[in-house]
Ligand binder design. Structure first.
Ligand SMILES: Cc1cc2nc3c(=O)[nH]c(=O)nc-3n(C[C@H](O)[C@H](O)[C@H](O)COP(=O)(O)OP(=O)(O)OC[C@H]3O[C@@H](n4cnc5c(N)ncnc54)[C@H](O)[C@@H]3O)c2cc1C
Length: 396
């Protein structure tokens, strides 16, 4: 077993850390509450700088403009970028675009790659992914109701979606819709590209989440398809392959998320430590001298390290043995890391007292935005069910 980070990766991580510390963290407060369009303008120059540094889009191959990192290396980069809410967007590897690029690169047609994937990979357009619906359980996508029917060489889509992240400003949506209602449950749905300027595509609203609607580059929208007609060629992959593609999309995506969350944990722990070291609680003692606070720091540090090891081990398994062998691990890291993050942010926020609740510090922002980690990409309970069922099945 070798836990060393090769020198060239360590050097790149140090460069990225310096960029996050010097160029992103100082401007965060001014822009994280702006809408996406303003953020896009404000970060344009820095995104170009990242390109000239050769660090743009670490998740995608060099031939389409990325820097082609392995899953493990991407995980390590994601951890550094996760320390700032601006990190992933500035480096061109933000969800849901990252997953959509990977999906189109693997399964898109030559035309789809030229028209949609390449401008997305270059950072010139944005995209969204519409699977979850208001009227069916997102936890069980085999129940999806939105449909697409083939008519005269066009797919005609009808139905509603919500929690479509980044729909505000997106040029296209990858919609997961039912194309074979009578097929076996995992062959009922397909993925279809829907340009957002299509007259049958309706942007209904940005949903207010934890008191914020449409701010930051992660707005979450309700959208609708009303007899929305798109060319037959907008289908990604085969008819009925929606679930298989969704698995492909979400597997690596969960590693990126987990490592990003660990970056948030690190930043939160650092915020906690720097506050308690200087906050005098008596004439001679600071908060750092209090045992309760010391326990929070020690518990958080151990939880972060343990989660990190589990996530990196899962990335290693996916890369070296294959995704199939790591399915259980992917479920395990999803709920485990999301809960570690929630506990670490909570302890950090508590240790800053009233200041922790304000937007003068980043902790309240993390607290609001990252609660969703236990819900999206499969709620805790669903992943726990998968892990427990597999363990029970395996036991003799
Ligand atoms: C911030 C945010 C961003 C999102 N972005 C996107 C996006 O870009 N695209 C997209 O398509 N979707 C997105 N989603 C939707 C997300 O994937 C769904 O919310 C999630 O899959 C849960 O579906 P649901 O909301 O319909 O909850 P439901 O399926 O109604 O479940 C409700 C709750 O029931 C519990 N539960 C569910 N199943 C079980 C079970 N088997 N056993 C025990 N308990 C269970 C869980 O606690 C769950 O939270 C996003 C959600 C959020 C909050």
């Amino acid at each position: 077993m070798n836990f060393e980070t090769p020198e060239w990766i360590a050097n790149q991580l140090a460069k990225i850390q310096q960029f996050v510390d010097q160029k992103l963290i100082p401007i965060e407060k001014e822009i994280i509450f702006a809408d996406f369009f303003e953020i896009e303008q404000r970060l344009k120059g820095l995104r170009e700088e990242v390109k000239t540094m050769g660090l743009w889009a670490p998740h995608i191959p060099e031939e389409i403009g990325g820097c082609g990192k392995s899953l493990m290396q991407l995980g390590l980069i994601s951890e550094v970028l996760g320390q700032s809410p601006l990190g992933h967007y500035t480096f061109g590897c933000q969800a849901p675009d990252a997953g959509n690029i990977e999906l189109l690169h693997k399964f898109g047609s030559a035309e789809q790659k030229v028209q949609w994937m390449q401008p997305l990979a270059n950072g010139n357009i944005r995209s969204c992914f519409g699977m979850t619906e208001p009227d069916t359980a997102g936890s069980n996508p085999t129940l999806l109701e939105a449909t697409a029917v083939l008519d005269n060489g066009e797919w005609v889509l009808n139905g509603k979606k919500w929690f479509t992240s980044s729909a505000d400003g997106a040029q296209f949506c990858i919609a997961m819709v039912v194309t074979g209602p009578d097929e076996a449950k995992h062959q009922r749905a397909s993925m279809i590209i829907v340009p957002t300027d299509n007259p049958g595509y309706q942007f209904v609203r940005n949903i207010s989440i934890m008191g914020e609607a449409g701010s930051g580059y992660y707005s979450h929208a309700e959208i609708a398809f009303n007899n929305c007609r798109v060319p037959e060629a907008n289908l990604i992959g085969e008819v009925g392959s929606g679930f298989a593609l969704a698995q492909e999309r979400l597997g690596p995506g969960r590693i990126h998320h987990c490592m990003r969350w660990l970056g948030i944990c690190r930043r939160s722990l650092n915020e906690m430590i720097s506050y308690v070291k200087t906050r005098k609680i008596t004439s001679s003692k600071t908060l750092a001298d209090m045992q309760a606070i010391q326990h929070w720091i020690a518990e958080s540090a151990a939880e972060i390290e343990a989660a990190r090891t589990l996530v990196l081990q899962t990335a290693w398994k996916i890369e070296n043995i294959g995704f199939e062998s790591a399915k259980n691990d992917v479920s395990m890291i999803k709920y485990h890391t999301a809960n570690v993050m929630q506990r670490v942010i909570d302890k950090a926020l508590q240790s800053l007292g009233g200041l922790g609740m304000t937007d003068d510090k980043i902790l309240a922002y993390f607290y609001r935005h990252e609660r969703a980690a236990r819900i999206y990409d499969g709620p805790d309970e669903v992943h726990k069910m998968v892990v427990a069922r597999n363990l029970i099945k395996k036991s003799t």
